[in-house]
Design a protein around this ligand. Structure first.
Ligand code: NDP
Length: 400
């Protein structure tokens, strides 16, 4: 059915590649391109076992628009799946416009020199994508991604009006390392150490970093201390669903993790500015990334599961209603299938499904769109089939 080009050969990219190759009826030609070609080649070798799809690899610097344009024009994909880093979002979008290619990513743009993310930079491309007749699908991982699709599904099937939204993200897995992050450590630590923020009655309320927390009970896991963070999908969801009065995002952390994080911050290792080290410029958080465990190597000994979902309250037929929709994903099962742990798996599967929705013409809408702007039903129909079954609980205590 279609040609797809994936950029980035990390943990998430590995899962996307497995899933693309497993769905060769949709993705007939797959190109894996990244900064380090040997990593692309290793993935290509691993997914060759599925047969059918034509797979190729290429080296590309995704910070370089001209290089991207040359690659896009020579391979001529219908859609590019960007699973490199958020720093590359805009250069890849620029290249898509120049080469006439559609776009999908899993994380919103973040400038390298500022730990700050918001959609304005990518929303500014709306008119250009519309004029070019191209589609850009933003934030199609799990959160952002499935969290937005779950919310759209709730709005479509279970509520006349949604009033509160709490996105709850628990990783109850154990990788047996003293400290490690589950995806790119630089991006992860920048996200967690920034100030918290939530939406209340039309305004954004700022909190200290990880200042607000409470226990939340997760299915098949039990109670876990959950911390309020700012997360990018909140920005688009409160605009897409204006009846929402309060929107928050919660993530679980263990005490050991938080202690390490505090020390990392206190000793300056989370700094993102350049420092002089023996006459050489280094960025402490980039150095830290180099010495921390590689998230891609965590899978082998990872036990337990993740549980991510949306807890929503509101009105249906005039009656107060609560709704919880979630997925639990086993790290062991994810590793067995793809060689990667559950966090990469829960991100890579939805990215593939988003591209599938596009190629099937179901999520084809010119302009730049967040996932909740598309029909959630066909996406969720695939989610279970592709390895992430989801569950619903109606009218039970949401614990918030
Ligand atoms: P990794 O660091 O494991 O992989 C990133 C890949 O991008 C690497 O292969 C890297 O190359 C490549 N890359 C980096 N810079 C460039 C460049 N300039 N040109 C070409 N390739 C480049 O990250 P993850 O796989 O853990 O995460 C990938 C993305 O997924 C991130 O944007 C992350 O924020 C997002 N994510 C989204 C989630 C969601 O639920 N929505 C959850 C988790 C992650 P090299 O191998 O040479 O370093």
């Amino acid at each position: 059915m279609g040609k797809v080009l994936m950029i980035g050969a990390g943990g998430v990219g590995t899962v996307v590649a497995h899933k693309l190759a497993q769905n060769a009826d949709v993705f007939t030609d797959i190109m894996i391109a990244s900064r380090t070609k040997t990593k692309c080649d290793a993935i290509a070798e691993a997914i060759a076992k599925y047969g059918k799809a034509r797979i190729s690899t290429e080296k590309v610097d995704a910070d370089n628009v001209a290089e991207l344009v040359t690659l896009f024009k020579s391979f001529a994909p219908e859609i590019v799946i960007n699973v490199a880093l958020p720093y590359q979002d805009l250069t890849i979008m620029d290249a898509c416009l120049e080469a006439g290619v559609n776009y999908l990513d899993t994380a919103n743009y973040e400038p390298l020199d500022e730990a700050h993310f918001e959609y304005s930079w990518q929303w500014a491309y709306r008119e250009r994508f519309e004029k070019a007749g191209l589609t850009a699908i933003l934030g199609c991982g799990f959160d952002p991604g499935v969290s937005g699709v779950f919310t759209a599904y709730a709005a479509k099937h279970h509520f006349d009006e949604m009033h509160s939204l709490d996105i709850v993200d628990c990783n109850a897995g154990d990788h047996h390392k003293a400290f490690a992050t589950n995806f790119n450590p630089e991006i992860n630590i920048r996200e967690i150490t920034q100030k918290g923020r939530y939406y209340q009655d039309g305004k954004w309320v700022e909190t200290g970093s990880l200042e607000i927390h409470q226990p939340v009970t997760y299915p098949n896991i039990g109670p876990r201390e959950s911390y309020l963070l700012y997360h990018e999908e909140l920005e688009s969801l409160v605009l897409s669903f204006p009846t929402i009065k309060r929107a928050r995002f919660w993530m679980t952390f263990g005490q050991e993790y938080l202690t390490h994080l505090r020390v990392i911050q206190n000793i300056g290792m989370a700094r993102i500015d350049e420092i002089d080290y023996n006459g050489q410029k280094i960025v402490p958080i980039q150095f830290l990334k180099a010495v921390l465990p590689n998230p891609q190597d965590l899978g082998e000994n990872y036990q337990g599961e993740t549980s991510i979902g949306c807890r929503i309250s509101g009105l249906k037929d005039g009656k107060p209603t609560t709704y919880y929709i979630y997925n639990n994903c086993s790290h062991e099962a994810a590793y067995k299938e793809t060689g990667m742990q559950g966090v990469s798996y829960t991100t890579g599967v939805p990215a593939m499904i988003g591209a599938m929705m596009f190629l099937k013409g179901i999520w084809k809408k010119v302009g730049v769109h967040n996932v909740e702007e598309f029909d959630p039903d066909p996406f969720l129909e695939q989610l279970g089939k592709q390895g992430l079954p989801w569950h619903e609980i109606l009218n039970k205590d949401l614990e918030f």
